[in-house]
Design a protein around this ligand. Structure first.
Ligand code: NAD
Length: 253
């Protein structure tokens, strides 16, 4: 069955690159972002092939109502990319409870809200594929990362539960973990030439990733090529997370 693919956080960075790659394939899209810029993306499609909506993914009521309307007025939503997220950097010792809750609300609860709202329609159709954008930070703590790593680790648990509970409906759920990416979310880090050089030195392929690098893997996981994949975690980081032993001190042999 053909249907719509929902992409959250499509106004910027990776979400935008994912929307562009899927639109090039002729996929019909529902693009959701809190930023009205989502209305201004220029994608190669016409008619009701690209639907854009401004909403906060942590607002369950508006997300449910948007998706129910799309399903009744345009057609079923059978694929989902849970991509939208925010960052709020602060050392744990200084992190306020409000900041902790806000980040979990958007980065983890938002993905749950979307999965449940789209999952209802997927289960009715007996078909569906979900890709959650995680992060290498799900497995590794980060200095000053606040609640970010905890939320991304939670995304893995969410995906695995969907895999177990909804597989019987033909629904697949997988996580893609980007590494050091250059997007508006992280652009400030790369403008510092020292940080930029240090980061490049820690990436096996010698450069930070760009949205298109992740978009191609998401595209595959949503496609028939990924039809037997569920509950998987795929790291797309140019080898960054395998570099821990590169400068490991060894005695002369
Ligand atoms: N940039 C990196 O280095 C990096 C690394 C690993 C993982 N990631 C993950 O990749 C994904 C995309 O990040 P990006 O780098 O493209 O960031 P980005 O800031 O460029 O884009 C994120 C988008 O999400 C939207 N958004 C934020 N909060 C929202 C909300 N409450 N409701 C709806 N939309 C909201 C923003 O408006 C923005 O358009 C995120 O899940 C992020 O955690 C990023």
């Amino acid at each position: 069955m053909t249907g719509y693919t929902v992409v959250t956080g499509a106004a910027s960075g990776m979400g935008r690159a994912i929307a562009e790659a899927l639109a090039k394939d002729g996929e019909r899209l529902v693009l959701i972002d809190i930023d009205p810029l989502v209305h201004e993306l220029s994608l190669p499609a016409g008619g009701d092939a690209i639907i854009t909506r401004v909403a906060d993914i942590s607002d369950a009521e508006s997300i449910r109502s948007i998706l129910d309307r799309v399903n009744s007025e345009h057609g079923p939503t059978l694929k989902l990319v849970n991509n939208a997220a925010m960052m709020r950097n602060k050392p744990l010792a200084e992190l306020s409870l409000d900041d902790w809750k806000k980040l979990l609300d958007v980065n983890l609860t938002g993905a749950f809200i979307l999965s449940q709202a789209v999952g209802r329609h997927m289960r009715a159709a007996g078909d569906g594929a979900i890709v959650h954008i995680g992060s290498v930070a799900a497995a590794f703590g980060r200095n000053g990362g606040g609640a970010y790593s905890a939320a991304k680790a939670g995304i893995v648990g969410l995906s695995n539960t969907i895999c177990v509970e909804w597989g019987a409906y033909g629904i697949r759920s997988n996580v893609v973990h980007p590494g050091l990416m250059r997007t508006p979310l992280s652009e400030a880090f790369y403008r510092d030439t020292h940080v930029n050089a240090q980061r490049r030195a820690q990436i096996s392929l010698g450069r930070p990733g760009v949205g298109e690098d992740v978009a191609q893997v998401v595209r595959f996981l949503l496609s028939d090529g990924g039809r037997y994949m569920s509950g998987a975690e795929i790291t797309v980081d140019g080898g960054f997370s395998r570099m821990a032993l590169k400068n490991y001190p060894v005695p002369k042999i």
